[in-house]
Design a protein around this ligand. Structure first.
Ligand code: HEC
Ligand code: HEC
Length: 238
């Protein structure tokens, strides 16, 4: 009950906090800003405390992060056109494919219209990862929520997910002269060298084919399994 009261009072105060700014802009110059600030400050601090943990005391859940920060751009119907929306499996699928660790890095540094940490500059890595898990698990992913203190696991990405997100953009269309998956003859010729030789070529890169297919953090084992998957789909076994 006590905390409820504090919360509603704090909320009212947070709304009140916007008024000094309005006064500063000249709306009503004879109000004492300092007095207003002094009155609301302790309460405003109370309100902020659970949101901005210092020393890892309280850490926000994925749901809290989403509902206070990410929803502004990632909710269905958010005005920003390029963000993948909650529940939009098609928009999330290629992103989910790169794994939670890579997504967390991407969200940390930002990407195009996505600001670093979604604008929540005080967010910790684990809070960001949880927010991503919260969003993506409602959009086709099956990530495990990372626990405090644990390193964010490079999630198990299936060969299919990796291929979808990283390789098929060239190998489905033939972009840049990539052998198309549908071109059985081209693949039969390449796979005749043996999977290990082909994997080595991909690790190094070859002509227009970027090293590791452009995904620097793919392990050799992951690459090999993706290539095996692609060769199977191309119908030439391996
Ligand atoms: C100001 C708008 C905005 C906010 C707030 C925002 N995002 Fe984003 N986010 C975007 C946009 C736009 C993209 C698409 C970027 C692109 O691919 O061009 C995106 C993409 C992402 C991606 C995919 C990154 C990738 O590599 O494809 C993740 C993950 C993500 N956001 C997580 C979050 C999380 C977590 C939050 C909240 C802490 C958040 N975002 C808040 C706009 C936002
Ligand atoms: C930017 C476009 C592009 C992307 C992305 C890409 N490739 Fe390629 N890939 C190529 C091109 C072009 C070639 C043909 C290179 C040549 O023979 O000169 C190629 C060739 C290959 C080959 C045959 C290599 C050989 O020994 O002949 C394999 C296997 C392969 N790619 C796998 C992958 C995998 C796996 C990924 C994703 C992790 C990937 N590629 C992503 C463009 C791409």
């Amino acid at each position: 009950m006590l905390s409820m009261n504090i919360r509603s009072y704090a909320l009212a105060s947070v709304i009140a906090m916007s008024t000094p700014a309005a006064f500063a802009m000249g709306a009503s110059p004879n109000v004492d800003d300092d007095a207003v600030n002094a009155r609301i400050q302790p309460v405003a601090k109370l309100e902020m405390a659970p949101l901005a943990p210092k020393g890892g005391a309280v850490s926000r859940t994925g749901e809290q992060m989403y509902k206070t920060i990410c929803f502004a751009c990632h909710a269905q119907g958010a005005a920003i056109p390029t963000s993948p929306k909650l529940g939009d499996k098609a928009a999330w699928a290629p992103r989910i494919g790169v794994g939670l660790d890579v997504l967390t890095k991407s969200a940390t540094v930002g990407k195009n219209a996505m600001p670093p940490k979604g604008g929540a500059t005080d967010a910790t890595e684990i809070e960001l990862a949880r927010a991503i898990v919260y969003m993506t698990n409602q959009s086709g992913a099956n990530f495990k929520e990372p626990t405090a203190g644990a390193k964010i696991a490079s999630s198990e990405r299936t060969p299919e997910q990796i291929a979808q997100s990283a390789c098929l953009k060239c190998h489905e269309t033939g972009e840049q002269g990539a052998p198309k998956l549908s071109d059985q003859a081209a693949w039969r010729q390449r796979s005749s060298k043996g999977i290990d030789a082909v994997t080595k070529t991909v690790i190094r890169g070859h002509g227009n084919m970027p090293a590791r297919g452009g995904v620097a953090d793919l392990t050799d084992t992951e690459l090999k399994s993706v290539i095996t998957y692609m060769l199977k789909r191309a119908g030439s076994g391996a």
